[in-house]
Design a protein around this ligand. Structure first.
Ligand SMILES: C[S@@+](CC[C@H](N)C(=O)[O-])C[C@H]1O[C@@H](n2cnc3c(N)ncnc32)[C@H](O)[C@@H]1O
Length: 215
């Protein structure tokens, strides 16, 4: 009898989340067509593990909530969770917000934009990786409904909140709510918490919140 060949060990192929996460169409993106219905359209930028996106869709069933996350893995997993929960008023997409936001149409179509804990890279040398740079504020201003559209940002880095308040004050298209000096608001009134926000609350850490309305 010939000697038995030992079974060869094969490594499973890597999971290609970039092929699994929902993506946007090419060219102009009609935001109203992304989620069925005719409710106000809200956008969450960088939803991470998705607690706010899912929680907001539950808390505001009349709204249509679109999430954009650069990490395909989280976009895929959060979209799967949304489907499992039967939430039809939200969608999670995998994309770089800086690439897709300029393609969103029409102007003035968003009721709210949420950005929770946007930057782990808060040091000066990481400034060019920041999501909330000036050009993004221009695009958000283009897309928010004048007079009522809201931008709500939360961070645990006080300097980042102050920088954002300064950018918004200088911008011209936004009216800040909150304290006249700091420009900060104390509460998240949207009925849902992001994962980082929940962790900050559990650890008793301060959260700095900025709320601006499109002028
Ligand atoms: C510190 S995490 C916060 C996650 C979540 N918002 C929370 O509060 O738990 C920042 C998130 O922004 C995402 N992000 C960073 N740059 C992005 C970009 N250009 N487009 C979309 N998402 C981005 C990251 O992948 C990450 O999930």
């Amino acid at each position: 009898m010939p000697p038995e060949t030992p079974p060869t060990r094969t490594t499973p192929p890597p999971i290609r989340y970039q092929d699994m996460a929902p993506t946007f169409p090419e060219g102009e993106i009609d935001v109203g067509a992304l989620v069925p219905g005719d409710g106000p359209i809200e956008l969450e930028i960088g939803f991470g593990r998705g607690a706010f996106l899912i929680g907001r869709a539950v808390a505001a069933p009349a709204s249509r909530v679109i999430g954009v996350e650069i990490k395909s893995k989280w976009a895929h997993l959060v979209e799967q969770r949304r489907i499992t929960l039967g939430l039809t008023n939200a969608r999670a997409f995998g994309a770089d917000i800086r690439e897709v936001l300029p393609r969103f149409r029409p102007d003035a179509s968003l009721a709210r934009v949420f950005v929770h804990f946007p930057d782990p890279w808060w040091k000066k040398r990481h400034a060019k990786r920041r999501v909330l740079e000036d050009t993004l504020l221009d695009e958000v201003a283009r897309l928010l409904t004048p007079g009522t559209g809201e931008l709500f940002v939360q961070t645990d880095v006080e300097d980042r909140a102050s920088e954002l308040v300064a950018l918004l004050r200088a911008h011209g298209a936004y009216r800040l709510s909150g304290d006249a000096t700091s420009g900060l608001v104390s509460e998240n009134t949207y009925g849902a918490r992001s994962n980082r926000e929940a962790r900050a609350a559990a650890d008793n850490l301060p959260v700095f919140r900025v709320l601006a309305t499109r002028a």
